[in-house]
Design a protein. Sequence first.
Length: 678
Amino acid sequence: MATSTKSAKARASRAALAPDDGRRRAVIEGVKPEVDCGRFPVKRVLGDVLDVEADVFTDGHDAVRCRLRHRHERERTWHEVEMQPLGNDRWHAAFRVDALGRHRYTIVAWVDRFLTWRRELERREDPADILIACKVGAELLGDAARRAGGDDAKRLRAASAALAAVEGADHGLEVALDEELAMLAARHPDRQFESSYPSELEVVVDPVIARSGAWYELFPRSTSDEYDRHGTFADVERRLAYVADLGFDVLYFPPIHPIGRERRKGPNNTLVAGPNDPGSPWAIGADEGGYEAIHPELGTAEDFRRLVTKARKLGIEIALDIAFQCAPDHPWVREHPQWFRFRPDGTVQYAENPPKKYQDIYPFDFESDDWRALHDALTHVVLHWVGAGVNIFRVDNPHTKAFSLWERLITEVKSQHPQVIFLSEAFTRPRVMHRLAKLGFSQSYTYFAWRNTKWELEQYFRELAHDPSREYFRPNVWPNTPDILTEYLQQGSRAAFMTRFVLAATLSAAYGIYGPAFELLEHEPREPGSEEYLDSEKYQRRVWDLERADSLRGFISRVNQIRRDNVALQHDWSLRFIPIDNDQLIAYAKAAEDGSNSVVCVVNLDPYHRHSGWIELPLDELGIDANHPYRMHDLLGGGSFLWQGPRNYVELDPASGAAHIFRVRRHVRTERDFDYFL
């Protein structure tokens, strides 16, 4: 039961004790969840329940009590929840996070004299010992009465007097061991020697879309139906119905700012651009402005606001790319040269990742003596776009910027706007990716694009779903991006695209695709061995025929509808892989926390050949009675299969269907002995 700490006097008295006061005998350790000894917060979404465990014990045989304390960062009063024993000195309690922002939690514990007395009294046999113990209990109840007030104090004083007056052992036990009296005394414990866990831990609470959502990336400049006309925000408005029909929650734009003209890249990343080549949107800044300006051919600030509003009415959030790098003609290069590094020849150092060179962008110098002003300016950029209605940001290459920037920026932005989420686009070393997640990024890109075999997928997604890092690292998986056209997709097989899409959309609660390249099966690399697209939208405008007969539009829409209809697919932590005796078939299950929804997926990883195998379902985990048949409804391909027992046969031909997405229907027998399926 949750309570509030009421007595300021009692808190002040406990605080007066020295931290090393030897009378604090309760020990608190092994608290979970906790990230790096409390240095970083864990993550949850609105409405989640945060389960907290700890080892709590004391010397000797005395009884201990402990409470989980929690409060929103804007609250002054702690709420307390009594922790319950799990065995072996392990304790548990939980609280629901019902407000966005940061919540704090910690644990307090004390040796409880009344509980110790009562537990020992239950074991006493000598009548003389029992009568003496009753006198001790009377004193303890009298002390509790002085801590209580109102009716509780009266009842405790009466119980104290009754216990002091008992003359027989049996009567004394009857009075002393009354359950209502135990609950009454428990409400007013003696906490003067209370121990406190030394850290106030934190949990950051985000909107639900930080855990579960489908992202769709497009280039606004390529939304025109005419080859010689630049796309506009008005064109994107007309595209919203298409994105909504596909079933996406987030529409993500690459940078929408003016594009630099100096050293502009041409088609396919050539070093020389023609007079009509639009350049890369990631080369930010020109005479028209920088990070807070909009490319004039896209429209105005008012056009953008209208687009955000119309998208939101369709259930779509607009996400913007944050790419902290400047084109050579960005205004900041002239106004703040101290924010950049210069080469010995006096020119600004452009970005490099040898052997790759990015001559059209300048990175910031985060070791500049003026670093505070740089951090403030970049934070102001994000706040500007939040003011324009944007709540979601995909951050380009955050691992090439200072860690200190992100911790300060994200903390400041979310303290003012806790609904804002940040996606980290960092395909780099694992420890760097995890550090960025700890620093505050709400979601993180993953290595999914390069995990193709059954073993690779199982090992990687077990880590994402079950490793302790899940407390702070939320995955967002993408089968393709404007920078990533994997060898698997370069095969060009329709089944290959379908396989990777189903895996992304069902293995992870959050995923995204770069379209229309994905649904239109774009698969030509710039050159052999490259993961860059031929005629990439990064360097030129494209016109897409969205009505092509071979489009995956209907397939994508169907899978996204399945995700919305099945809460099991909106979470990651329930993921369990299922044995199946064919390495070209991968099987896994997800289940809702309350058991109301269970989904089993089987995917053929070979885009060219039919494969079959025997699956071993974990019936107990799925709540299925092994003694009765049950139905597996194929939500993707249609049809219903009557199975019985754990071992069943599956077969998938990529020519007709790359995957099954089964909803499990458990057997129920009615009073009329009529079998049907829930």
